[in-house]
Design a protein around this ligand. Sequence first.
Ligand code: C2E
Ligand code: CA
Ligand code: CA
Length: 633
Amino acid sequence: MKTLRQQLFIAFLGIAFAIVAVFGMMSHFIATEYAAESEIHMLQSFVQEKAERLATELESTPSINHSQFFKQQASYLKLPLVLIDKQSRLVSSSHLAKNFNKEKIEDYFSSLPSNKTGGIFTLDDTKQMWRLSPVPNTNYRLILFHSEDKDVSFFKALGFKLFIAAFVITWISAWSSAVLANIISRKLDEQNAVLEHMGLHDQLTDLPNRHLIYKRLEHAIRYAEYARKPLALFLFELNNLKDINDTLGHTSGDELLTQIGPRLQVLLSENDTIARLDGGEFAVLVPGLEAEQTPQLAYKIQQVLDNPFPIEDMSIKTCACIGASIFPDHGDSPQELFRQADVAMSHSKLNNNEFFLYDRENDPNSIEQLTLMSELNDAILNNDLQLFYQPKIDLRQNTIIGVEALLRWFHPVHGLIPPDEFIPKAEQTAMIKPLTKWVIETATQQWAKWNTQGSPLQIAINVSQRSLYDRDLIHFIAEALQEIKLSQCCLDIEITETAVMAHPAQSLATLRLLSKMGIHLSIDDFGTGFTSLSYLKELPVNELKIDKSFIINMASDNTDIMIVRSIIELAHSLGRTVVAEGVENEDVLSLLRALNCDFVQGYHYAKPMSVDDFNDWLQSTDLTPVRYRSDTA
Ligand code: C2E
Ligand code: CA
Ligand code: CA
């Protein structure tokens, strides 16, 4: 494609040639026209004047010989003049017409109509213009000849000079215009380059923006297709940018954002692109990177972010949830790869910033997932869901202090679907909300039933990370409790340690709110999420539930015993009770007793059961159900 400068130059050159051509042709035409016209006019008046003079001479001296007349005039007759009579016979001629062919002249004029006064006549191979005037009061006619070349050539020469002048002027103006165009276009090019840069880069960080990385991704895909190579697209989002902006101000947030690009550039080659998309969201395009290599680069990115950033005399750390997609495995268009990387990033957000490569299994918008979610919606409406209940036993009192409600889906085609298979998926979509509502509603209603039967068992429900930040659900819980007049301490909410740790500040706020409502709070799967001691002290929770992975094999694993012992001691020192889940045998139970564990849950006592089975079990067991009081521990 031609540059703007070339286009302008060509345009100016074209215009210059057009002007020269038109102007030249016009001047030539005008000059020729003018020459012819003025010449004719001049000849006409000259011949008339000579004829009148001759008539006067003849009148004053009738005896004068014509040749004498011509002789007298010779001094100024610098033109060929010829005098003919009525029969067109040549009577006399001036000195310059002496050599004209007499017969030819007589022949020519005798054949002409008598009223013709001018024309062109070829005489002795030269074109002669002639003008004729009758000599007044005589039968003579005076003819003036004039060879065409003489004066006309002067005018033609004038025309030519004008043409040359026009050409030169136009040429100069064309060139100066071209130079001017060059300067203008250079300026325009510079301005365009600035505008183009602005359009394709982020103003704050000067990194490529969404448009540019999109374009580069398009090219990279085309090249990867041709070269049969993969490419990876990473998306990541800083988790604490909002906190930094809120606490230290936007200038500090901006400062952090500007430092990200140069730091990450060190990890990347010149073929890779890092772009800022929006807020704290960045994208990294790495042509040639295989799927197996993505965790390694994600780990390096995390490390770079984990290294403190010097901002206004402070050292600030940041971290990000990272997701990636691969061409050709996950899509062959920028749109698809961006979408899949985004899904993977959301998955990372839900899983404590662990890196995720896109996986159709985790994609809430994949066909399988969409079908599953719509079926789950039907399951809520068709009563295909059930809560199973597993008792929680007080080790010291040998009483049942409550139950944990565990969700079951009885699919009309696939049969029983365990919660691990559909809850994490529902959590990636809006489906988690109606699902959690259903659990809250069903559990509170079940509590009301048991209460009237004389077994007011505390019911523990599991709340996923996404629901934890949903203010609507907190209101819903309050309403549900109000409806059945449930004493708040009879509802226990279990939140996993990883969910709490994903967004500690937000979790703390929600837990405080729930605690104020009088709801019993437990940290589920404790021991897997690395909660710091100081943070744990802050959390308004009543109970820690030791993850079953530490309990199940405790009898044969000393490390597990040590872990369980320290968790129990830690919890007690902080005034929290402890539940050990996954107790499958008497050996583990004895160990837990020895370690002063408060409560247990596990197959050793009972598996999670349907309401009917649970009621039967309650009838058959020696253990008595008691209303839970937090001071029973
Ligand atoms: P969880 O909250 O840790 O639940 C305890 C899991 O351990 C249950 O699995 C239970 O059946 C199992 N379990 C209990 N005692 C034993 C034992 O002695 N040995 C062994 N091996 N396992 C035992 P389940 O019912 O399959 O639930 C799995 C997970 O699904 C739960 O883990 C919880 O995270 C989630 N879940 C269940 N119901 C709900 C729900 O209503 N809402 C949410 N958000 N999550 C739920
Ligand atoms: Ca649980
Ligand atoms: Ca658990």
